[in-house]
Design a protein around this ligand. Structure first.
Ligand code: PEP
Length: 256
């Protein structure tokens, strides 16, 4: 049985004061929600203030990115051990904004995944096709390639040591989400691909959907069998909307 998972990706938003207020409000709204694992990924500069608020709650902390070396002359980078020291248990890797804007490729993603797992972080590997790739019918090919390359030569015994996020690039921050049927088709394919790589544990690896998730559309998405939760950008910047989504993912009644 896979426990559902919801992750808020705050991206390059929130100065410390705003981050603190958001974390405090989330702690109030979500402290009784144990049916779902809840994770937030603030920018690096707010990890410490957010950690101080959430570390005694059920909300966990993630980094938005990581470098694969433990330390050294890598100006501007952050190591897995630095994220762990800041209180992170999780790290987002291969987000499409990093792939497309910052030139991150599958080889870099693979190194980041391995370094994170070796250090004890849980990576969330993001994969997803662009609009033109979908229109040309290449969605599954792109997803297969990103997963196989990102997870190359990885031996995993524990399904909870990784999560996958399927995020169609055309749905991120655009207000256009995949329909539950479109998303489930890819999630089922991700699961099949994981079975070929990991055999026995693949059925217990969590696969999240990401791309313009809101309190209004999450119910349809989460009722699909291979959608185990969501990675949320825009709607995670408002405590009430993130909390509503988290409650719906956890199967709790909606409030208005
Ligand atoms: C994301 O950045 O991972 C994301 C899904 O963003 P949004 O929810 O804003 O589409």
């Amino acid at each position: 049985m896979r426990k559902r998972l919801v992750i808020g990706n705050w991206k390059m938003n929130m100065l410390k004061k705003e981050a603190l207020e958001l974390a405090q409000r989330l702690s109030e709204l979500l402290s009784h929600l144990n049916q779902v694992d809840i994770v937030v990924a603030p920018p690096y500069t707010s990890l410490d203030v957010v950690y101080k608020v959430i570390h005694k709650t059920n909300i966990q902390l993630a980094g938005q990115n990581v470098f694969w070396e433990p330390s050294g002359a890598f100006t501007g980078e952050i190591s897995p051990y630095m994220l762990i020291e800041a209180g992170c248990k999780w790290v987002i890797i291969g987000h499409s904004e990093r792939r497309d804007i910052l030139g991150e490729d599958d080889n870099m993603v693979e190194r980041k995944i391995k370094a994170s797992i070796n250090a004890g972080l849980i990576p969330i590997l993001c994969v997803g096709e662009k609009l033109d790739e979908r229109e040309k019918g290449y969605t599954m090919k792109v997803i297969k390639s990103q997963i196989e390359k990102g997870l190359k030569n990885l031996n995993l015994a524990d399904p909870n040591s990784i999560a996958i996020a399927y995020e169609p690039v055309w749905a991120i921050g655009t207000g256009k989400n995949a329909t539950p049927e479109e998303a489930e088709a890819v999630h089922g394919f991700v699961r099949e691909t994981l079975r070929k790589i990991f055999n026995g544990i693949a059925d217990n690896i969590r696969i999240l959907y990401g791309g313009s998730v809101t309190p209004e559309n999450i119910k349809g998405l989460i009722s699909s069998p291979d959608i185990d939760g969501a990675l949320i950008g825009g709607a995670s910047l408002r405590a009430e909307s993130f909390a509503k989504i988290a409650r719906l993912i956890g199967g709790m009644p909606h409030w208005t």
